[in-house]
Each structure stands twice: as structure tokens, then as C-alpha cells.
Design a protein around this ligand. Structure first.
Ligand code: SAM
Length: 279
């Protein structure tokens, strides 16, 4: 990949990294290949990439996909990407904050949509939350994220990593760890280890809840006060004592348990019985 390597492009344009934008660019070709293969990108796919940097991963995606739309916030990278990727007529660049993008406008009528990204770590969680809760029709998210965040996403009940983020992601997706990535695979090197994780969107959410907002409120409250019993953690719901008691009894859940011991199904049962009492 002579001439197209991250280091060559950075040098050619005298690009200066902005730490606050989470700019750690990939220099390891094996990681690039594992991301593209892990995402199973093919000629049917519209790929949406968040944060293309100097376009190293973008180039590999463009070779495999029908179309790639990349969203980049840093204005200094826009002319570099336009120049370096000008040979590809299946490439579109959007100069914007990914958190402010309407993904439905990009997706349009496309049937097979994959998000692939080496995400800027300072906005990982808001980006994932936006993509999952925004009702966008994509099949999968194959993303490089900080190792600790990947562990929280994939965590099982009763572990210290299990929390509101595990509930949110597992509600919508199956999770698969593709590989670990060490700091030496980037310039500049981040302080943390990374993981490439694939989130495959389920056709229906994993558990059935009558009120999604209440489901996420209850799970968030439960983890906000991790060391407290569920009974205490759910006080912010401001439900009458008898009703809350009834809700726990109907769901078959002991209010003395701590939230971190509940599975997604148990959170759903509790939400549904509390929801019924609120009607
Ligand atoms: N894809 C490149 C690679 O793998 O080498 C760069 C990845 S780097 C970790 C993250 C990229 O996201 C940077 O190019 C950064 O400028 C961009 N970025 C940061 N915040 C962003 C935001 N809110 N919206 C879109 N892009 C953003």
C-alpha cells in the first residue's frame, strides 16, 4: 500500500493531530483487514463510516462496498480526503459532527446498510446510543472502541462491567468481539487498549417491553445506585409504596436484590409490571 499508508499521507500534507477530536489513526494493515472482513462488507452494501481520518480504512471499504459515505468533523481533513480518494466514484464525504447527522437521510432506500468505524473515543457512547435508539435501518455496526467500553457492552449480569450500556446495546443487538488492538497499531498511540466489536442488529429487540422509555429509566436508575437494593434505587420513580411492592411481586423479583444481578428479561418483567400499575 505504498503511498497510501497513514504515515505517508500525514507526512505529505503536514497534518497536525487534534487530541480533543480523538485522532488516533490506524497504521496496522492487519487491523484494517480484520475490520473490513469482520464487517463482511460486500457489493450490495452502503457503508457509513464515522471519522475517516486520512482515509486509510475508507479506501479498503471503497474497494469492497457498493457505496461509502464518510462523516468527518475536522475541516483540515476534508481537502486531504477529497484529494486522496478522488479516484473512487462510489465515495461521498459529509463534513459534519456525526452526532448531528440524520442517518435516515443518508440511508434513504438502501436495503443493506453497515456502519464501520474506528470511532473517536470521546464520543463513543453517545454515537452508539444515537445509532441504536434512532430507529435507523442498518444491519450491523463494526467499530473500534476502547477495550473497557467493549467489555461493558458485552458484559453478563453480576459482573462489575455489567451496566446501563450493556442493557442498551444487548436490547438491540447481538455482540461479537472481533479482535483486540494494541496502542502500537495507531499514530499517535492512545493510552488505552482497543477492541473491534461487531454489533448485529436483532430483527426485534431481545425482550418485549410495553414502555421502552420506562425500561431504560428503570435500568439506568438501578445502575446509578449500584450498591443499593432495587427497592431504594427505584425511589426516583415516585411510585406509591404499595404499588412498588405489587410491581416487584408481580414480576417475581425480590426488591432486596441489587440491579446488577438482573438479566435483560428480568428488567423487562419488572418494567412491564410497574407499567401496568402506572396505567
Ligand atoms: N478512520 C481513521 C483511522 O482509522 O485511522 C481515523 C479514526 S480516529 C480514531 C477518529 C476520527 O473521527 C478522526 O478523524 C476525527 O477527526 C473524527 N471525529 C472526531 N469527532 C467526530 C465527530 N463528532 N463526528 C465525526 N467525526 C469525528
Amino acid at each position: 500500500m505504498e503511498g497510501f499508508s497513514t504515515k505517508d499521507i500525514v507526512k505529505k500534507y503536514g497534518f497536525k493531530f487534534t487530541k480533543s477530536l480523538g485522532q488516533n489513526f490506524l497504521i496496522d494493515d492487519t487491523v484494517l483487514m480484520d475490520i473490513v472482513e469482520g464487517a463482511k462488507v460486500n457489493k450490495e452494501d452502503l457503508v457509513i463510516e464515522i471519522g475517516p481520518g486520512v482515509g486509510t480504512l475508507t479506501r479498503e471499504l471503497l474497494k469492497k462496498a457498493k457505496r461509502v459515505v464518510s462523516i468527518e468533523l475536522d475541516s483540515d481533513l476534508i481537502p486531504i480526503l477529497e484529494e486522496e480518494l478522488k479516484e473512487f466514484d462510489n465515495f461521498q464525504l459529509i463534513h459534519k459532527d456525526a452526532l448531528k447527522v440524520d442517518f435516515n437521510e443518508i440511508i434513504g432506500e438502501e436495503k443493506s446498510v453497515k456502519v464501520v468505524a474506528n470511532l473517536p473515543y470521546y464520543v463513543t457512547t453517545p454515537i452508539i446510543a444515537k445509532l441504536l435508539t434512532g430507529n435507523y435501518k442498518f444491519d450491523s455496526l463494526t467499530i473500534m472502541i476502547q477495550k473497557e467500553v467493549a467489555e461493558r457492552i458485552a458484559a453478563a449480569p453480576d459482573t462489575k462491567e455489567y451496566g446501563a450500556l450493556s442493557i442498551l446495546v444487548q436490547y438491540y443487538c447481538d455482540t461479537e468481539i472481533i479482535r483486540k488492538v494494541s496502542p502500537s497499531s495507531f499514530i499517535p498511540q492512545p493510552k488505552v487498549e482497543s477492541i473491534v466489536i461487531k454489533l448485529r442488529r436483532l430483527l426485534e429487540p431481545r425482550v418485549k417491553v410495553q414502555d421502552e422509555k420506562l425500561y431504560f429509566t428503570i435500568s439506568r436508575d438501578a445502575f446509578n445506585m449500584r450498591r443499593k437494593t432495587l427497592w431504594n434505587a427505584l425511589k426516583p420513580l415516585k411510585l406509591e409504596k404499595e404499588k412498588l411492592e405489587q410491581g416487584f411481586a408481580d414480576a417475581g423479583i425480590d426488591p432486596k436484590r441489587r440491579g446488577e444481578t438482573l438479566s435483560l428479561q428480568e428488567f423487562a418483567n419488572l418494567t412491564n409490571s410497574i407499567h401496568k400499575l402506572m396505567e
